[in-house]
Ligand binder design. Structure first.
Ligand code: MN
Ligand code: MN
Length: 366
């Protein structure tokens, strides 16, 4: 699988007459090597040339882990006392004699690294690799789908755990601790982002920070969470009523649910990202809450929690089989209420499969 991905990248290098590609983001290194590492300030890279085998370079202490990932080519470990860029330069020169066009992830490069490369390859022109990498990662294969399904299943379970913990006076952070404790017991090493649990008006900020707020009857509780399973992320949001919630809250919930379900139903090959966003947004606008839906409908999901494509009202990209993304409309009235419902959706041959399966019927927990 990794070999095929590497060949596809080399094919692109040939088509674009790029001499070498130096890929440094943890996510893209993982995509080609099945080895995930956050090297902090140290260098981690896979370096490609058109015809010769690529190589992976990482800190010496991580070489064994990198091997376990199964990268089928040379893995070079460097010591903290060595300059890894000198090794990269030397190895690239062994593999190709022309060094005029170098692909890098421009959004991941910093000025320090850019200056190092420029000093090593003074005649080089730098090409952005992002678009090609996004394209490759956009369509998920069977194995990736299997991992995404499992990650979603674990996220469903985490919502169930969170709901089970609800009781008067408990804090947002206590619920988060309970959820993550149960997930660890299930073997989940990492959540895909900091787990979010927000009570009442705290949920009115789409990216609110959980704290010591105590739960009271009549509150909505917003859960937004996900897990990493074998390198792949899930992302689910559910909004639950604790005790009886008033009429207005129930109405807002039903508007969001209607918008979310309409976009899910429309999801199939050929429909554009813009159409999906528009479908959900129209429902919320017609109900009079348009100004309170302040973000795009969703985002691609895979190795990264946010990846290509962006599901927004300007994106003309048609959906294709193999894409996985979120659908997550919300209504946020400042200082008052926040409701969001989010599922992970896979595009199949002729329709879609919703990977997150937790019910969207309004749950009133007493
Ligand atoms: Mn989310
Ligand atoms: Mn999301």
């Amino acid at each position: 699988m990794q070999k095929q991905r590497i060949e596809q990248l080399q094919q692109w290098l040939m088509e674009e007459e790029i001499n070498t590609a130096i890929i440094t983001s943890s996510e893209n290194v993982f995509y080609f090597s099945n080895f995930f590492s956050d090297p902090h300030e140290r260098l981690l890279a896979i370096v490609f040339t058109q015809k010769n085998d690529p190589f992976l370079i990482c800190p010496l202490m991580e070489v064994e882990q990198a091997k376990q990932g199964g990268f089928p080519y040379t893995i070079i470990g460097y010591r903290d006392t060595e300059n890894p860029w000198e090794i990269v330069t030397k190895e690239v020169q062994k593999r190709t004699d022309r060094l005029e066009r170098i692909a890098v992830e421009k959004t991941h490069m910093n000025i320090e690294r850019y200056e190092i490369l420029l000093a090593a390859f003074p005649n080089a022109k730098f090409i952005a690799a992002e678009e090609k990498l996004q394209q490759l990662r956009l369509i998920k294969d069977e194995k990736e789908l299997e991992y995404l399904r499992k990650a979603a299943e674990l996220a469903d379970f985490a919502i169930q755990v969170g709901i089970h913990e609800l009781k008067e006076g408990i804090t947002e952070l206590e619920i988060i601790a309970a959820i993550e404790y149960e997930m660890k017991k299930k073997g989940v090493e990492n959540m895909s982002f900091p787990t979010t649990v927000l009570f009442g008006s705290n949920a009115a900020s789409p990216h609110g920070n959980p704290g010591l707020t105590k739960l009271k009857k009549g509150d909505f509780v917003l859960f937004d969470l996900g897990v990493i399973y074998k390198g792949y992320a899930s992302d689910i949001t559910r909004t639950i009523a604790f005790g009886e919630v008033d009429e207005e809250k129930q109405q807002i919930y039903e508007i969001v649910r209607k918008a979310q379900e309409a976009a899910v139903r429309l999801s199939k090959p050929g429909v554009t990202c813009a159409e999906l966003d528009r479908t959900a947004r129209n429902i919320i606008e017609e109900a009079g809450y348009g100004e309170y839906f302040t973000h795009r409908l969703g985002h691609g999901l895979g190795i990264s929690i946010h990846e290509f494509p962006s599901i927004n009202e300007l994106n003309p990209l048609p959906l294709q089989k193999g894409m996985v993304f979120t659908i997550e409309p919300g209504i946020y009235i400042p200082d008052k209420i926040g409701v969001r419902i989010e599922d992970d959706v896979y595009i199949s041959d002729d329709g879609s499969e919703v990977l997150t399966k937790f019910t969207k019927q309004l749950q009133m927990i007493s």
